[in-house]
Design a protein around this ligand. Structure first.
Ligand code: ADP
Ligand code: MG
Length: 730
């Protein structure tokens, strides 16, 4: 990459105009879900008998009657062909990030020498993609060689271009899950069962509890020319070097500023296309860092919301390119400014419309509210390490603990009102809180929380798991992640906790204790027990690390070691008890996690090594040669003592460049040697640890000196677009 090219791409990016987006003639409410085989289309394309059976599966979790698959397939096919589809695919999320699909044409031989459009119930229900090329952590070596994808009727089929996409789970022939959706669905079933049982203390009419997810997707946009000129962005999704721009986010002017026209056009088109796919987009706005934006839809049932997030990420990538952008979903594309997260707003709600994380109007409602909040806190407390593991990755590690992101210790912020309420219950005695008053029966002394007073809960922006009025907001999730990873852990842990709670309460009731006071007694015990997870202070302070350690919270920072949480005996027991995953699956999945970690660091190390040696050192040396030349020539026109004086600064620069390039060369060499050692390690876990301990630190050290060189080397020689160019282009 020559400097000329750098200047050309910067200039081109500056001159680009917004792509025109022609909005559909219909109103959003009319084109919403246009490309989705939703209930409206099911009703139109299926017989009423099959429609009712399918709705029962979708709404009430009834088991799928395979005999209806043929008719559903034929209805779907009819709709898809009318919409211009020629292909179909099973759409699933393997253990890599992103989604996978294998497109098949609808056509089959018609037996008479011609072709016909064909799509049977069998093809809808199950397929065998070539699973061997997806990460499987040894499951597929140890067990059966084949894997298959199986239809998830609870997430509707949709159309992407000319293809009918059918959301599926992806499992090994022996049943072990090879994806995120299968265990997520199991966790959602577990939390439904456990929460419904607990709900029956308060509302016997409840038949189902849904877990809800509202995600907020942050991302960066970069002009595609500049992106192509940065091999590190291209290959790693983040910049491995680049000195801070003199101006970045200090003025916070981006957050409040108008959305640039090129970006506004992109957002407009993204929103239209997402709505057509049934994603209920609600807000799009600038984020704090320059070129950073956010998209958030209205929350939905967790499995559907997660599919919609995966779909939206794919859509963003596609539409960004139409607008001459690349979207960066990496958690930390740029050092020194905010990274990108994906807040997971999570709550539970009943089929009767009760929000279980919402305070109510009566004391009884508030007891139910406290029950679900306290049990959630207990789950987060007991599995804080596991929850951290669920959001940990090589990429998210760069974000946690820096610039507005939550720290790498999971704690929960409740806000004053809820904290006060819990303190009140904790301090009260049995008789304070439950008073028997004649005919009216029991009275609960639980203070009310008028909904309007639920505000200010957002003050603590850095809390990893904050209560925000009617939900918890899990903020440690990374922008690139599949939300299912954290959602399956959270829902499984809460399910397990609610089951334990019910057992304890029932035991007291069996001993003759009135139900309400039994519930309160157990809650009081829990409030005391899970206190260490509650933290309303500054998550960035050094005191918090000391304090968190004292409280027994997981303070580990090394990602490969954080993954160990999945294999701790209590985690395995919890996953097995809730039926979400078994030990074999957990072991296999961890292998994938360690392997992925190693590969990511390995790629970065290679890219940085290459760029350092063939981009940075050559231009630094060239500039150094120019300086040396200048020093020599000074001597030819000035007397020696004068020349010496005038060349003092240049000589210092020459030396500085020499020292820095030497450091870089030595460390690139050291990094290569460390990789050679690490690559020989057999155990995937040990190898990942070696990459973390012996290779990763070099990246920062090398970068430090490259960034210093960027400040002194002639700008006209510098080959890579600089932060000020990457971040402020419109
Ligand atoms: P903020 O940036 O202040 O957190 P946003 O409006 O950007 O607020 O995002 C809030 C997200 O929380 C939205 O996706 C919204 O649909 C979701 N949400 C609101 N209420 C609930 C709830 N009860 N359960 C789950 N998600 C919710
Ligand atoms: Mg939020």
């Amino acid at each position: 990459m020559s400097t000329k090219l750098r200047f050309r791409v910067v200039e081109t990016a500056f001159k680009k105009k917004a792509v025109e987006v022609v909005p559909p003639k219909e109103r959003p409410s009319e084109y919403f879900g246009k490309y989705v085989f939703n209930k409206e289309k099911m009703f139109k394309y299926l017989s009423s008998k099959v429609y009712n059976k399918l709705i029962d599966v979708i709404d009430h979790g009834a088991t799928l009657d395979r005999s209806i698959a043929d008719e559903v397939a034929s209805g779907m096919k009819k709709w898809a062909i009318e919409m211009g589809c020629t292909h179909y695919t099973h759409w699933f999320a393997p253990l890599t990030e992103g989604t996978a699909e294998k497109h098949d044409a609808f056509v089959e031989h018609d037996g008479k020498g011609g072709m016909m459009e064909e799509f049977s119930g069998k093809l809808l229900a199950q397929q065998e993609p070539d699973a061997s090329s997806f990460p499987n952590g040894g499951i597929r070596n140890t067990f059966e060689a084949r894997g298959y994808s199986a239809w998830d009727p609870s997430s509707p089929a949709f159309i992407e271009d000319d293809t009918l996409c059918i959301p599926t789970i992806f499992i090994a022939y022996t049943g072990e899950s090879l994806d995120y959706k299968a265990p997520l669905l199991k966790a959602l079933r577990a939390v439904d069962k456990a929460a419904t049982d607990v709900c029956h203390y308060f509302n016997p009419e409840v038949k189902k509890v849904f877990a809800y997810l509202g995600w907020e997707q942050e991302y960066f946009l970069i002009d595609e020319g500049l992106y192509a000129a940065r091999p590190d962005l291209l290959l790693c999704g983040r910049t491995l070097m680049g000195h801070d721009s003199a101006k970045n986010q200090q003025l916070e002017d981006h957050y409040f500023g108008a959305i640039p026209t090129r970006v506004a056009a992109f957002m407009r088109e993204l929103e239209i296309e997402a709505l057509k796919l049934g994603v209920p987009c609600k807000t799009s706005h600038n984020e704090v860092a320059p070129n950073q934006f956010e998209l958030a839809p209205i929350y939905e049932e967790c499995n559907l919301a997660n599919d919609h997030n995966l779909l939206t990420m794919a859509l963003m990538r596609k539409i960004a390119r139409r607008h001459g952008f690349r979207v960066l979903l990496h958690e930390k594309p740029f050092k020194g400014i905010n990274g990108s997260g994906k807040h997971n707003n999570w709550s539970l709600g009943t089929d009767t419309g009760i929000g279980l994380m919402s305070p109510g109007k009566t004391a009884e409602d508030n007891l139910r509210f406290v029950t679900f909040v306290v049990n959630s806190l207990m789950a987060v407390y007991h599995y804080n390490g596991l929850l951290k593991a669920s959001i940990s990755s090589a990429t998210n590690a760069h974000r946690l603990g820096a610039n507005e992101a939550p720290p790498a210790i999971i704690s929960s912020f409740l806000g004053k009102q809820v904290s006060d309420l819990l303190d009140h219950i904790e301090k009260s005695t049995k008789n304070d809180i439950v008073t028997m008053s004649g005919k009216q029966g029991m009275k609960l002394d639980i203070p009310q929380i008028p909904e309007l007073r639920i505000d200010n809960t957002d003050r603590n922006r850095t809390s990893p798991f904050a209560f925000t009025g009617n939900r918890f907001e899990f903020r440690a999730v990374g922008s690139e992640a599949n939300c299912a990873s954290s959602m399956l852990v959270l829902n499984a842990a809460v399910a397990d906790q609610l089951t334990i709670f019910k057992k304890e309460v029932d035991a007291l009731i069996a001993k003759g204790e009135p139900q309400m006071s039994a519930i309160l007694e157990i809650l009081r015990k829990y409030i005391k027990e899970c206190k260490p997870i509650r933290f309303d202070g500054n998550g960035y302070s050094d005191e918090w690390i000391v304090e968190a350690e004292k409280r027994g919270l997981d303070c580990e920072k090394s990602v490969p070691l954080i993954f160990d949480n999945y294999l701790k005996p209590e985690a395995i027991t919890m996953f097995e008890r809730t039926g979400v995953m078994n030990k074999k699956e957990l072991i296999a999945r961890n292998e994938v996690k360690w392997e992925t970690y190693t590969k990511k660091v390995q790629i970065e190390a290679r890219v940085l090594g290459d760029l350092a040696m063939n981009h940075i050192i050559p231009v630094a040396t060239q500039y150094q040669t120019d300086l040396i030349d200048n020093v020599y020539k000074m001597k030819s026109i000035y007397p020696a003592d004068v020349a010496d004086k005038l060349s003092k600064q240049n000589k210092e620069l020459i030396e500085e460049i020499a020292n820095r390039t030497l450091f870089i060369q030595e460390h690139v060499e050291k990094m290569i040697e460390a990789r050679k050692v690490a690559n020989k390690i057999e155990s995937v876990r040990e190898k990942a640890i070696a990459y973390h301990d012996t290779i990763l630190p070099n990246l920062d050290e090398i970068r430090y000196h490259i960034d210093k060189l960027e400040l002194i080397v002639d700008d006209a020689l510098w080959p890579l677009p600089k932060y000020r160019e990457l971040l402020f282009i419109r």
